[in-house]
Design a protein around this ligand. Structure first.
Ligand code: IMP
Length: 203
């Protein structure tokens, strides 16, 4: 069985391929099957809506079950921003560093106890018969006063893992890939997704 994965991000493709291969599913990209997947506008106001928009589009264009994900950072003191706009929080053509500067500025007068936040990841699989499997994962934490750590990407250097979780007190960028996967929003979503897919496919 083949599933198309609607992403250009190599790391996401690797993670999803690992999960799918455990269920005897081959993960392919549009390129690998000679289809140029369009990049639909992410017009949804939730991660669920945007993941589904991307998966539905890839399913329609390939005729294969299609998997897509959407993720971002929600900061309580900013009413959930940057949220679904996380990738373009500082405008188009800007870098991770620009987005981190913008976030620190937005929180410059916010004290430690109000710097709470969470990362969210939603994975959605749409089947040609219209069936849909969705999974959401979250990771609670708070926003640091300055970037810390060398690993990871995006907002990782500013996101401090909540007390009580493995890696508590460190930023995502101070964790190894494996340590991050064990607590991260994406790791949590992938674990739920894998269980739901296994159930649907009876594997
Ligand atoms: P998308 O899911 O590819 O649309 O990406 C959403 C954006 O959220 C990314 O560009 C990052 O800025 C941010 N983001 C999502 N997951 C992570 C993460 O694990 N670490 C840091 N930033 C993340």
């Amino acid at each position: 069985m083949r599933f198309v994965v609607a992403t250009h991000n190599r790391k996401k493709l690797e993670e999803l391929s690992r999960i799918l291969s455990a269920l005897d599913i081959e993960a392919v990209t549009g390129d690998q099957i000679g289809v140029v997947l369009s990049e639909p506008d992410e017009t949804g106001v939730t991660f669920e809506e945007n993941a589904r928009i991307k998966a539905e589009s890839a399913c329609r264009e390939t005729g294969l079950p299609a998997v897509a994900d959407d993720s971002g950072l929600m900061v309580d003191a900013l009413d959930g921003a940057p949220g679904v706009h996380s990738a373009r929080y500082a405008g188009t053509g800007t870098s991770d560093a620009d987005r981190n500067v913008k976030l620190l500025n937005a929180l410059k007068d916010t004290p430690k106890e109000r710097r709470t936040a969470k990362f969210v990841s939603v994975i959605c699989c749409v089947f040609p018969d219209g069936d849909v499997v969705t999974a959401r994962g979250e990771c609670p934490g708070r926003i640091a006063y300055a970037p810390r750590g060398e690993d990871g990407f995006g907002y990782d250097p500013l996101f401090i893992v909540d007390g009580g979780l493995p890696g508590a007190g460190k930023t995502f960028a101070e964790l190894t890939g494996e340590e991050k996967d064990a607590v991260s929003h994406r790791g949590n979503a992938l674990r739920v997704f894998s269980a739901r897919l296994r159930e649907k496919l009876n594997r």
